[in-house]
Ligand binder design. Sequence first.
Ligand code: IPM
Ligand code: MN
Length: 335
Amino acid sequence: MTSGSGAHRIAVIGGDGIGPDVTREALKVVEAAGVAIETVEFDLGGQRYLRDGEVLSDATLDELRGFDAILLGAVGHPDVPPGVIERGLLLKLRFDLDLYVNHRPFVGTAPGHSEPHDFVVVRENTEGPYVGEGGFLRKGTPHEVATQGSVNTRMGAERAIRYAFELAARRERKHVTLVHKTNVLTFAGDLWMRAFEDVAAEFPDIGTAYNHVDAATIYFVQDPHRYDVIVTDNLFGDILTDLGGAVSGGVGRASSANLNPARTGPSMFEPVHGSAPDIAGQNKADPTAAILSAAMMLDFLGEADAAARIRAACDEPVTGSTTHVGDTIAGRVRD
Ligand code: IPM
Ligand code: MN
């Protein structure tokens, strides 16, 4: 750990399973890049919940607000019922810190293709079916009803869309595709489409397209080169980004940034993969996704040069144990 004035203050949530292992390698690589950081570890996740019942207290959340960024490994434990940690920790952080963009880059060569693709999915990260609107009626009876609404605000859709256009403006191809399901989700889809068209009008130099989400899954596999920046709703983005990882060299390389572009608080950086409890503690997990997520963190903190060096060091895939991959990439960054 490097400390001193000017060091970036990073909250580290290693989490569960392979999370702490891959996060350790990511921090090793950040230090190898010569960036001054000061880290504070937070023991949060399923393991912690099983020990003393804490998922994320208000006091801990307030403490996290004071950091420059949060680096997260993975959370999720097989003994914790679904939803407790996901909603109580990960989604709570995304919502309460207003991390309204989930930025997920995909660079790789899809199976059956010979040239690499390079696209980014901008996933709206605070709304849609993730807000937890709905509930049960007559639960456990034959007349049970469950509803789960999708909340779409004009402001929420528009700010994600605007981020996508601003991002595309800085990229070579300058193109944004809206992915939705406007032919069936005629209320939410209509709002998204109007917001998209209005923002597009402000960016006359950016090309645009629209794909239904089901068609997009075909294009991800058969024609990923058509994409530059994709913007989509929270649930479509969740599903599409697993597929994006699968066609871009595997989820072991898929990185992500939960961003508060308005910078009213820290942003959070995490690999797309989960906690993989079956291989936890065996020094087997590929830390590359966590390392690339740390590079995104450095970019966001204004350390573009270090971030570029880390990305370049990850270009040539490394295989082997978690620590071997981390050491090799750290070595390349130092050279
Ligand atoms: C992701 C994950 C999360 C999500 C889960 C763990 C709540 O799948 O970051 O993609 O659905 O957003
Ligand atoms: Mn997911």
